[in-house]
Ligand binder design. Structure first.
Ligand SMILES: [Zn+2]
Ligand SMILES: [Zn+2]
Length: 259
């Protein structure tokens, strides 16, 4: 992780994090060892994406391939990129943040996302996180994306606009839905505030991209509200061995070793 800029709010945040860590010491996601989010032995085991990924949907492509079967129609995102594949320890880390407020993990996600943004150099001008429906927010108590997205906006020195998008329709969990069901499930799920996104080149962020249904419906809504372009950044990309695997089943098993 890169050191945080030593501004006053950052300093306060560092003090807050230190106190939090003293009360709830982090444990390595991989082996449970105390004092680490990832210990030095486990961190190198966290998988990375290959060099060649589809610029539109972030799915890994075979070396030198330029066409991608995963983002053929209904794709509203200008580009998309993932920090890492949705596999192994990274997947476990994302689950950890979803089900437990873990501040040191949020800082790691923030730093990793910032590093990915440095590589892609997108011409974005404001950051909008994928929102939870108010009912889900009440149940969970926090939006796990907000925990790192707000810090990412600070690092990128970019306005953070969580009010740009709201979830107006509760959507059932997507976990066991097929690709087609996922796209139908999110239709009309969002509403955008034109005054927050009009004229913006939006960096839209979420934790996981599986079929892209949620990100694309959000992107479509933002564009309709006057955003100029929408780029999608996620912590993790589900990786499919074949197109049919993503298409047909309710058991989308991301490949464990690709690239
Ligand atoms: Zn470990
Ligand atoms: Zn693609």
């Amino acid at each position: 992780m890169k050191p945080l800029t030593a501004s006053f709010p950052h300093l306060l945040r560092n003090i807050g994090d230190t106190l939090w860590d003293a009360l709830f010491p982090p444990r390595c996601i991989g082996c449970g060892r105390g004092g680490y989010t990832f210990c030095p032995e486990c961190w190198p085991r966290v998988e990375t994406l290959p060099e060649n990924v589809c610029p539109r949907c972030a799915h890994p492509l075979p070396p030198h391939a330029t066409t991608c079967p995963h983002c053929t129609s209904g794709w509203w995102l200008a580009q998309a990129r993932a920090v890492r594949p949705y596999t192994g320890l990274w997947r476990k880390a994302i689950h950890a943040l979803k089900y437990r407020r873990n501040k040191t993990l949020a800082r790691l996600f923030e730093a990793e996302a910032a590093e990915t943004m440095q590589r892609v150099r997108w011409p974005v001008s404001c950051l909008v996180p994928i929102p939870l429906h108010p009912q889900r927010l009440r149940e969970r108590g926090y939006n796990q994306v907000h925990l790192w997205a707000a810090g990412l906006a600070r690092r990128l020195r970019m306005p953070y606009r969580p009010q740009g998008l709201e979830r107006v329709r509760p959507t059932p969990s997507q976990v066991h839905l097929s690709r087609e069901e996922r796209w139908a499930n999110v239709q009309g799920a969002f509403q955008a505030r034109p005054q927050a996104v009009w004229g913006c080149r939006v960096l839209l962020v979420d934790d996981v991209l599986t079929t892209g249904a949620t990100l694309n419906e959000a992107a479509r809504t933002l564009l309709q509200a006057g955003a100029v372009a929408v780029y999608g950044l996620v912590l993790a990309r589900a990786v499919f061995v074949s197109e049919s695997e993503a298409d047909t089943s309710g058991h989308q098993r991301p490949a464990q070793a690709i690239g």
